[in-house]
Ligand binder design. Structure first.
Ligand SMILES: Cc1cc2nc3c(=O)[nH]c(=O)nc-3n(C[C@H](O)[C@H](O)[C@H](O)COP(=O)(O)O)c2cc1C
Length: 355
């Protein structure tokens, strides 16, 4: 299909599926176990309706926003996702270029298939999987700092890898020519299997360890993967600058709430003491409005830009992000909001059941 005819993220997903081999597509699209949480992430957005306001002056609209001191052209960041060279030969380098062209941040995964130094364009945040070897952690943070990363995103919902049954069925394996050079401990092992990923993630990590991380640099720290008010309170106590409400795109603990459903309790517990972002299930500009209405400062997208990358490299990424920006801008106008900050809790309501 001609890229001109791809009108929305769903179209990009179908086009990516046509281009990728089934095992790679399954790795990107799939979730854990029954994939119930994966489906919930999408379904949750359908449980809320927008409550637009009329006769508001929307002649001038901005979608721009500042998150942790970083200016973005839209409140949508690129989430960290592993193994991007499986989607496109230029992998993370193209993802960063596309994100920069669209005016937003790219979070670079620890499981990137390019070195930290190779991915040089635009504003980048570094996502950390915490190795049992603190020397490895220190080295990665120092390299991210030297390469100009502007924040550290510690993913806390992966003490062990979730069970991705789809990957077992398809026989998914990382292709031999795709390496994971940033995570030296993993790169040295030669191949990347679930048990090898488990061996390079520290499952003894606790909130106290964040203090050490803070001593390594003055970069803002976000924790990604919270779903409860209890953990949100602990995160604030630990002095983090931001939290990302996330269930890892339904890929870790199956049976947890949709991120959107967990968002309000986290926002309430944080009480403005840190910035709250969320990810999981964002496919439309209206989804972004709903997340903002429930208190998120901005959202991250994982699969959406991966589909853009698979279809058209850097330009595909840019186009998907710009589609989301256009949809978001239109939704703002039709809701009677002239900026992201004007979206309030009053702009959404729960779908009323007939019963
Ligand atoms: C293929 C894939 C790989 C991922 N790899 C990582 C990763 O390396 N680190 C991480 O913190 N999160 C990872 N995630 C989770 C994303 O950062 C994000 O939480 C999730 O994709 C958001 O849901 P969405 O795909 O519905 O937008 C991955 C998600 C996908 C789909």
């Amino acid at each position: 299909m001609d890229e001109e005819q791809l009108l929305n993220v769903w179209d990009y997903e179908r086009a990516a599926e046509e281009r990728l081999d089934p095992a790679s597509f399954g790795y990107f699209a799939g979730g854990a176990n029954d994939e119930w949480t994966l489906r919930e992430n999408l379904a949750a957005f359908r449980r809320w309706v927008l409550r637009p306001r009329m006769l508001v002056d929307v002649s001038e609209i901005t979608t721009a926003i500042t998150v942790l001191g970083t200016e973005l052209s839209l409140p949508v960041l690129v989430a960290p996702t592993a193994f991007q060279r499986m989607a496109h030969p230029e992998g993370e380098v193209a993802m960063a270029r596309g994100a920069a062209a669209a005016g937003t941040v790219m979070c670079l995964s620890t499981l990137a298939t390019a070195t930290i130094e190779d991915v040089a364009e635009g504003t980048r945040w570094f996502q950390l999987y915490w190795s049992p070897d603190r020397g490895v952690v220190r080295d990665m943070i120092e390299r991210a700092l030297a390469a100009g990363h502007r924040a550290i995103v510690v993913t806390v919902d992966l003490p062990v890898l979730g069970r991705r049954e789809r990957d077992f069925r398809t026989g998914f394996e990382l292709p031999e020519d795709v390496a994971v050079p940033a995570f030296v401990a993993l790169a040295e092992q030669g191949s990347v299997t679930p048990s090898q990923i488990n061996s390079v993630v520290d499952r003894s990590l606790t909130w106290r360890d964040l203090e050490w991380l803070r001593s390594l640099s003055s970069l803002p720290i976000l924790v990604k993967g919270l779903l409860t008010a209890e953990d949100a309170a602990l995160a604030v106590e630990a002095g983090v600058d931001g939290v990302v409400v996330s269930n890892h795109g339904g890929r870790q603990l199956d049976g947890v709430a949709a991120s959107l459903d967990a968002l309000p309790e986290v926002v309430e517990a944080v009480g403005g003491r840190a910035e709250v972002l969320m990810d999981g299930g964002i496919r439309r500009g209206t989804d972004v409005v709903k997340a903002l209405a429930l208190g998120a400062k901005a959202v991250l997208v994982g699969r959406a830009p991966l589909w853009g990358l698979a279809v058209g490299g850097a330009e595909g990424v840019q186009r998907v992000l710009e589609l989301l920006r256009d949809e978001f801008e239109l939704a703002l106008a039709l809701c009677g909001c002239s900026s992201p900050a004007e979206v309030t809790r009053a702009h959404i309501g729960l779908v009323q059941n007939d019963a």
